[in-house]
Design a protein around this ligand. Structure first.
Ligand code: SAH
Length: 222
């Protein structure tokens, strides 16, 4: 009798193609976003221990007790930003740098802030290895945004904000878009704030998500 097919034995190209198809069937329909996900080598951002799972649709542990986001969520958040090639984007929570790399393929400049030096250092090496010349990094407390570079066309927060991210909304252009998980519990609401051009925002809840919390200040440990 033929053995049942074991997807974990497939080669990386097959796994990657399967993941992209699955993201499309789940609602990531923007061709630019799908191409950026396909072209970003997630295995470069995945710890060695989990290499076999780099093209699975799941979040995975990285150093400092943090996670590399689930590809579906990366696709959904990137799509919700409605990026244009001229956009200057602020990302809070560099983590592995995977989401940053996806953003960098779809925008002019990406400013990214991380509160762990170790994670930031590793992410910077990956950006260099991939030749991503439009990513600008900063070690600091992302909850404060990046006032010197504000205002931004788009802002993406990849850690859960306890409430409405007011300081960040203040750094958004009047017709900009901010996407962030909002909530204090283990499950948060993924929210999209779209500027109305007059200082107000249209707020929309996209789905439930599970993110690590946006913490105050920079980490004392590496
Ligand atoms: N986008 C990342 C996901 C990282 S998880 C990826 O694709 O890998 C969220 C990250 O936000 C963690 O690295 C965490 O350290 C960082 N973070 C949490 N609070 C922060 C803050 N106040 N300022 C900057 N980064 C923060």
């Amino acid at each position: 009798m033929a053995k049942p097919h074991d997807p974990s034995k497939d080669n990386p190209e097959t796994r990657r193609a399967r993941l992209i198809l699955s993201l499309r069937s789940q609602g990531v329909s923007d061709p630019g976003v799908l191409a950026a996900l396909e072209q970003t080598p997630r295995e470069l951002f995945t710890p060695d221990l989990f290499m076999e799972r780099a093209w699975e649709d799941s979040a995975l542990p990285i150093a400092c007790g943090q996670t590399i986001s689930q590809p579906f969520i990366v696709g959904l958040m990137t799509q919700a930003l409605t990026l244009e090639p001229r956009c200057r984007v602020l990302e809070i929570g560099t983590g592995s740098g995977y989401q940053t790399a996806v953003l960098s393929r779809l925008s002019r400049l990406v400013y990214t802030v991380e509160r762990y030096r170790t994670l930031l250092g590793e992410a910077e090496q990956r950006f260099k290895a991939l030749g991503l010349g439009n990513v600008i990094t900063r070690f600091g407390d992302g909850a404060e945004g990046w006032p010197e570079q504000a205002p931004f066309d788009r802002i993406l927060v990849t850690a859960a904000a306890p409430g409405e991210p007011k300081a960040l909304l203040a750094q958004l252009k009047p017709s900009g878009v901010l996407v962030a998980p909002v909530g204090r519990g283990p499950v948060q609401a993924l929210k999209r704030y779209a500027g109305d051009g007059e200082g107000g925002f249209r707020e929309e809840v996209l789905c439930d998500v599970r993110f690590v919390p946006l913490l105050e200040g920079v980490a004392r440990e590496l």
